[in-house]
Write a protein that binds this ligand. Structure first.
Ligand code: AHR
Length: 294
């Protein structure tokens, strides 16, 4: 029996991730106890405690934020239940509290977004003439992807003096918040904004609406790069409204089930499995769209 505590249903990515986990468990004949935390750490802690009480064989979870997990993970360890981290990691001193972490390299995703941006011809032209003003929509405060995607992006830009992040705020990985925060950015900075970097596609899609409502052309007046490469992002790219999406694969179900089976069988499991991912600039979108699985 596998207990899985999911972050929530905040994005297209998350919906695909949930589906992948449910499908893979069914395919492998693994009984899945699934719990949706609605983006709240306290709900995830409750779910993990209930998995311990039910004596599941393995607990897996995608931690909404990085910190604050020691007490509940110690309870799982005391009960002899191995914990597998999927998608997002935790920051704990005692690394024996979890056995394996399966998911993306979020720092690398941030780097890829920035590398694409500095090489994008219209942005290069802007940089040749003056400054490139960037606004950033961050993911959920304290979450691994928000921390790491910011870090990777800034790491590349620190060698690019013309590129300035003029505003940065959380949009909590949702369309509604992405739109709301972009409206505030536009109100404060208006036409000064050259680029939007969104930590996920959903926030970029929300922001696109705000940009259009402000009478500007997303993808042209404001260059947009975001992360995930979900179908919604491909549609926006084909419509010319989004310039690039960096891939973050939610299809973690099959690999997770294989780790769960190995853990139960007492076999050694890799400590870290990094998901393989690509980068999809707008010009590749139409060709790639039919191949997309999420
Ligand atoms: O942890 C992965 C991130 O969480 C995805 O990029 C985002 O869309 C989701 O909400």
């Amino acid at each position: 029996m596998l207990g899985f505590s999911q972050v929530g249903a905040e994005s297209e990515w998350r919906t695909a991730n949930t589906q992948s986990i449910k499908d893979a468990a069914a395919k492998e004949g693994i009984t899945l106890k699934f719990s949706d935390a609605q983006q709240k750490q306290e709900n995830q802690i409750k779910a993990i405690r209930s998995f311990i009480a039910q004596r599941v064989d393995v607990i897996a979870f995608s931690p909404v934020v990085e910190t604050g997990w020691e007490p509940v993970l110690r309870e799982a360890k005391r009960a002899g239940i191995p914990v597998v981290l999927t998608d997002r990691s935790v920051s704990v001193k005692d690394e024996s509290l979890w056995v394996s972490f399966l998911g993306s390299d979020f720092v690398e995703e941030g780097r890829r977004a920035a590398k694409w941006l500095v090489d994008y011809a219209p942005v290069k032209e802007l940089a040749a003439k003056g400054e490139v003003n960037i606004v950033e929509l961050q993911g959920t405060v304290g979450s691994a992807p928000a921390i790491d995607r910011k870090k990777g992006f800034e790491e590349i830009l620190k060698n690019q003096p013309k590129f300035k992040i003029i505003r940065s705020q959380t949009g909590d990985f949702t369309r509604a918040k992405g739109k709301e925060v972009m409206e505030a950015f536009l109100k404060a900075e208006g036409k000064k904004i050259n680029v939007l970097y969104a930590h996920n596609d959903d926030m970029a899609i929300g922001a696109i609406q705000a940009i259009e409502e402000a009478g500007l052309k997303p993808g042209k007046d404001i260059v947009i790069v975001s992360i995930d490469a979900v179908k919604g992002a491909f549609e926006a790219m084909i419509a010319g409204k989004l310039n690039c999406s960096v891939e973050c694969s939610p299809l973690l179900g099959p690999q997770l089930m294989s780790i769960v089976k190995d853990v139960v069988a007492g076999k050694p499991v890799p400590r870290r499995i990094v998901t393989e991912e690509g980068v999809f600039p707008q010009e590749t979108a139409a060709k790639e769209f039919p191949n997309r699985k999420y």
